[in-house]
Design a binder for this molecule. Structure first.
Ligand code: XIL
Length: 313
């Protein structure tokens, strides 16, 4: 209703949103981001490519615009993400097959970035999307050049530079029990056995309407049973465009189920949705013909999913 408080005033856990500095010029964007959410993830600005494009001078300016927005609105910050194959600066790509140089570049980036943001992020996604759908290691520049060792190294570097952040491994299509989540589970078990400083698992939650796994909570619980935190880090629920009333209703059911899954797991720290408005969502760019995946439509109007989330908080 007109006078209702924002979602953040009802939520007993973190309720986050991914933001871009590119949209902070919009007062509607700022208003909804600031009043509905109590946690912020930079959608792009804290990845290696934007920060480390120039090998000699890190660019924290875009990230700092978002950090300052978060601070002004009393929001916690999820750091996202040090090691991701889709955000590798060009000069780093050229280090393929040069293990010492790639190792040094990783070391320098994680150390300087985690140090820069030290104490300001409650969680950090240290490595992102390192497992394939079939459960094998993803074939990236990091894996090809360094084997699997870069994963443990990244966590150790992050812990040394920022002992305050909870360190997460983050991925998609791991929400239900399947070959990929089983492989991630085995990886996490082995990292823990080696004493690698890993604190949590991020479940991205990029879903298709009507296709949420029914074992989402149970699957998060098996990771929590290892002594880890879990979090839903990038929730959106896409549909074919244009949206139909039936799909928007199903989306409301799905959003409520995703939030409920988190709240069923004591170690689930919260839910972050991957954007404020359907107007700026990444979905139509990456999944042509699909979209309408968020809680607010292209006019910033609340969708049925907004009210279903409100009712489960
Ligand atoms: C996406 C952003 O939404 C886009 O704006 C950017 O161009 C590419 O990255 N998994 C992740 C996120 O971990 O970082 C991705 O974000 C979406 C998929």
């Amino acid at each position: 209703g007109l006078c209702s408080a924002g979602l953040r005033d009802r939520a007993s856990r973190k309720i986050g949103v991914a933001l871009s500095h590119l949209h902070l010029g919009s007062s509607q964007y700022q208003y909804i981001a600031g009043t509905e959410f109590n946690s912020m993830t930079a959608e792009w600005q804290m990845k290696w490519d934007p920060i480390g494009n120039d090998p000699n001078t890190p660019n924290f300016a875009w990230a700092e615009e978002l950090m300052s927005f978060a601070a002004r609105h009393n929001q916690s910050v999820r750091g996202h993400t040090f090691i991701w194959h889709s955000a590798v600066p060009t000069w780093v790509q050229a280090l393929e097959n040069n293990a010492p140089a790639l190792q040094a570049a990783i070391s320098s980036f994680i150390t300087s970035t985690a140090t820069h943001f030290r104490g300001r992020c409650y969680e950090w996604d240290v490595v992102n999307e390192v497992i394939e759908g079939d459960g094998s290691y993803r074939n990236t520049i990091f894996y090809r050049t360094l084997g699997t060792t870069y994963i443990a190294d990244a966590f150790r570097l992050a812990r040394a530079a920022d002992p305050y952040a909870k360190l997460f491994i983050n991925d998609y299509n791991i929400e239900g029990v399947n070959a990929k989540s089983n492989a991630l589970y085995n990886l996490v078990v082995s990292l823990l056995a080696q004493g690698v400083p890993i604190d949590g698992v991020g479940f991205q939650g990029h879903f298709i309407v009507g296709q949420l796994p029914t074992d989402f909570a149970a699957n998060m619980q098996r990771f929590a049973n290892l002594g880890l935190d879990v979090s839903i880090t990038e929730l959106d629920i896409r549909m074919n465009l244009p949206p139909t009333a039936a799909n928007l209703q199903q989306q409301a059911v799905d959003y409520a189920n995703a939030f409920r899954a988190c709240y069923q797991v004591a170690r689930c720290t919260g839910v972050t949705v991957w954007g404020v408005t359907d107007l700026y969502s990444w979905v139509p760019d990456f999944f042509p013909g699909q979209g309408a995946a968020l809680l607010f439509d292209e006019q910033y109007a609340t969708k049925p999913a907004y009210y279903s989330v409100e009712s489960v908080l």
